[in-house]
Design a protein around this ligand. Structure first.
Ligand code: NAI
Ligand code: MG
Length: 365
């Protein structure tokens, strides 16, 4: 099958790291390993400079048609004074909203060669490979009422509202169970049913979806606060961890620091299934890094690993995804380092050298 890919490099180092993914795509294609129909378009500040909007209708149309979207990063000081609804981030938010990307996947993977740069001890993180599945479009960040009001006694009162429906919980649970089948077949579900009604419903719905549709997958429930502690104490007990928007924000940021640099962290955002197809966008966790943009210093591994997730989760090419992950690991074992992952005084290489090294390692697979 030909895989429809839309590339949206964006701004700053987004453009630089996407170049390294293009090299891998070109090689896979030249070897006949996979066939791609590639489209590319502008997003963020680059799109605003071109036509005054952070993403065009044409690009949105391509996004709806793609099997997977590869996103770079958007933003930079150049667009600080652009009106709110046209600023670079608006393009990213529009993509998330229009494609209804409700499931945010953040792997926390610790490559053996970088285990000493983690905030934890080597034996705790070496070989770590967990996937946090965070609900992204519901919960307390969006629930109404969301206000600050005046009280008769002169105080103010702030109200945020945690809201989840059965369907919202069921669909994120299904994503987690399906991903678990591609991994170690075990899901941990984190909530706080001891103090929150949304936690009670969360646990009920996850339990029901599991019993009715995924009884072949293991399921454990864990209270979110205990989960935070366990992530630091013994993170390797987890494989797929599903949780709501707020807990997922915090747990995924904590987990990411088990593993090292921002330049290493990929992510995916998945939408609802329609006609047997699921909208999906893959992007590094980092931004456009204006401080190093244009200098060829960016670490392309987060973007390359994001492409690996696209191969695995959207294109059905898990074997190639495994090979990409092994190639990254091998290059790190060889001691090759971009500046962000180098120890003090260690020799460093640039973006294209790192990309070339990963490609060379992939070619030896
Ligand atoms: P940032 O992630 O762009 O950079 C933070 C720090 O990490 C910088 O020192 C940067 O040089 C370094 N860094 C990031 N990625 C790296 C890589 N691949 N290799 C080596 N070093 C790397 O976050 P910051 O500085 O807060 O934001 C810069 C711009 O990016 C802003 O306009 C912000 O709005 C935007 N941004 C965009 C995101 C997106 O497109 N999804 C996400 C986060 C920020
Ligand atoms: Mg966060």
């Amino acid at each position: 099958a030909t895989h429809k890919l839309l590339l949206l490099p964006g701004d700053g180092i987004g453009v630089e790291v996407m170049e390294e993914v293009k090299k891998i795509i070109a090689w896979l294609e030249s070897k006949g390993v996979a066939s791609f129909a590639i489209e590319e378009d502008l997003v963020g500040g680059a799109a605003f400079d071109d036509h005054g909007e952070s993403i065009s209708e044409g690009a949105m149309k391509k996004a709806h048609q793609a099997d997977a979207i590869m996103f770079g990063a958007v933003g930079g000081p150049k667009w600080d004074k652009v009106p709110y609804d046209k600023r670079p981030e608006a393009g990213l938010l529009r993509l998330r909203k229009d494609l209804d990307l409700f499931a945010n996947l953040r792997p926390a993977l610790c490559y053996p060669a970088l285990a000493d740069s983690s905030s934890l001890k080597r034996e705790i993180v070496e070989g770590l490979d967990i996937l946090i599945v965070r609900e992204l479009t519901g919960g307390v960040y969006f629930g109404e009422p969301k206000i600050i009001e005046e009280l008769p006694d002169g105080q103010q009162r702030a109200i945020d509202t945690q809201v989840y429906t059965t369907n919202e919980i069921a669909r994120i649970a299904r994503v987690a169970f399906e991903l678990a089948r591609l991994r170690k077949n075990i899901v941990h579900s984190a909530e706080k049913n001891n103090v929150m009604k949304s936690g009670v419903l969360w646990k009920q719905v996850v339990t029901k979806v599991h019993a009715e549709e995924y009884s072949d997958v293991g399921l454990e429930h864990i209270l979110a606060d205990n989960c935070a502690m366990q992530l630091v104490r013994n993170p390797k007990q987890f494989d797929v961890l599903v949780t709501d928007n707020l807990f997922g924000d915090i747990l995924s940021d904590a987990a990411s620091m088990l593993t090292g640099s921002l330049g290493m962290l990929p992510s995916a955002s998945l939408g609802a299934e329609k006609n047997g197809k699921r909208a999906a966008m893959y992007e590094p966790v980092h931004g456009s890094a204006p401080d190093i943009a244009g200098k060829g210093l960016a670490n392309p591994i987060a973007e390359i690993a994001s492409f690996g997730m696209a191969l695995r989760y959207s294109l059905g090419l898990g074997d190639i995804a495994d090979a990409v992950d092994r190639a990254i690991s091998r290059v790190l074992d060889q001691g090759l380092r971009t500046r962000d992952i180098a120890a003090l005084g260690e020799k460093t290489i640039g973006t294209s050298e790192m990309g070339n090294a990963v490609l060379a390692a992939l070619q030896k697979e």
